[in-house]
Ligand binder design. Structure first.
Ligand code: AMP
Length: 397
């Protein structure tokens, strides 16, 4: 795996695909700089070597149209502040303007190109557009994990124009390493904690990780499809009746593969899906009509804790309750605390995929787990066992 560490950028122009798709407020100020900060080590390495960096990214969904609201110009200041180097800006990402700006770029300087998605060719993965982009640098660096699952011009197609001169940036390399640890090289026992709302959205992940893990903890809304399939009464809990057979099949497969599945035994049930609902702790198999399970119960958490603390490698995807409402957030917070403790005891923990990161950030677990993925969709697809085109394009000769 070629990373940025394998190159010296002295007198070279690095063309870096970053993920600067950051949120802006009404005054076009960046409200969350995480993604910019995540790209900093890569940019700094290039500059420190004595090279220059041409940064390219998308912002929002302009759908192939120029849209001043989604101009990357808005984020120039934020990037300049974070890397402590004044960032230059090119009003287009290809063509004469971009070429001139690149020609004038000196060692130690940084140029940010305008939103790639102002050109429809970007998302179409157009080869000529990718070729036009490729003329803007000597070495291609992909550091955008958030778009690595897309075969877009700047994330994938472009790589073919840099034979022997393409590599992963630090962020993308870290993401790949974290996934490898959970899926292949992690110390046993390996435990996956899967929560979230529906079996249907997690099924491919479950099927893929059954071959990789020793323990599978299932929580959240998915629970009730499993419990009902096994004959339990789930009241008004969220349940996908058409996935019950699939749930039984997963249990069967797990048995064959020697994977222990841990399902909740008790739940915090509510008489409505609301923050003011009345609640009670009930057995997961006997949820009364008119009640729905919205968080893990105390016995369940005790059981989950034991499994998590005995694990050496942990993957967490999805909350075990409706964490957006304080009343039903305790289970998710508890899981975060157990993972924190396991990590302190030497386990490797990865959180990512979909919205999992939102829960982790909301409760301040970011610094307590080993790694928080920066890519929702890209991480989900990785956990599903898919090869991401952006990653494959760098690995290909
Ligand atoms: P996902 O995007 O599939 O990871 O699902 C995350 C969502 O699952 C969050 O918005 C949670 O509120 C929701 N969720 C977790 N547990 C439950 C539950 N028991 N009933 C309904 N929704 C749930």
């Amino acid at each position: 795996m070629k990373t940025i560490e394998d190159y010296n950028f002295k007198h070279k122009k690095a063309l870096v695909r970053v993920d600067f798709n950051v949120p802006l407020d009404a005054e076009f100020k960046v409200t969350d700089t995480n993604r910019i900060e995540a790209a900093k080590p890569t940019i700094m390495k290039i500059l420190k070597d004595g090279g220059s960096a041409v940064l390219m990214s998308h912002l929002g969904r302009p759908k192939g149209q120029v849209n001043p609201d989604m101009s990357l110009r808005h984020i120039c200041n934020a990037v300049s502040q974070i890397i402590a180097v004044k960032v230059k800006f090119s009003e287009d990402c290809i063509g004469e303007k971009a070429m001139n700006a690149v020609d004038q770029l000196k060692d130690g300087e940084v140029l940010l190109l305008e939103n790639l998605r102002f050109h429809a060719e970007e998302e179409k993965g157009d080869k000529s557009f990718a070729e036009a982009l490729s003329e803007l640098g000597d070495i291609y660096v992909n550091d955008a994990f958030g778009t690595a699952h897309r075969a877009h011009a700047s994330t994938t197609i472009i790589a073919q124009f840099f034979p022997e001169k393409k590599c992963f940036g630090y962020l993308l390399a870290k993401e790949i390493e974290a996934i490898e640890k959970v899926m292949r090289t992690g110390e046993k026992p390996v435990t996956a904690i899967l929560g979230g709302a529906k079996v249907s959205s997690k099924i491919t992940i479950i099927e893929n990780i059954l071959d990789k893990v020793d323990h599978l903890i299932i929580g959240g809304g998915m629970t009730y499809t499993f419990v009902k399939a096994m004959g339990g009464e789930v009241g008004d809990s969220i349940c996908e009746d058409d996935k019950m057979e699939l749930a039984l099949d997963i249990m069967e497969q797990a048995k064959k593969k020697n994977v222990s599945i841990h399902l909740p035994v008790d739940v915090l049930a509510a008489d409505s899906f609301s923050k003011d609902a009345r609640t009670q702790i009930v057995s997961v198999k006997h949820i009364p009509k008119g009640w729905q399970g919205l968080d893990a119960g105390p016995e369940t958490l005790k059981m989950f804790k034991k499994v998590i603390l005995a694990s050496k490698t942990i993957l967490w995807n999805g909350p075990v309750g409706v964490f957006e409402m304080e009343k039903f957030a305790k289970g998710t917070i508890a899981i975060g605390n157990y993972i924190d403790e396991a990590t302190k005891n030497g386990a490797f923990s990865l959180v990512g995929g979909g919205d999992s990161v939102a829960a982790v950030k909301q409760f301040g677990f970011e610094d307590k787990v080993s790694y928080v993925s920066t890519g929702g969709g890209a991480m989900l697809e990785s956990l599903e066992g898919k090869t991401l085109p952006g990653i494959a394009a760098i690995l290909e000769a």
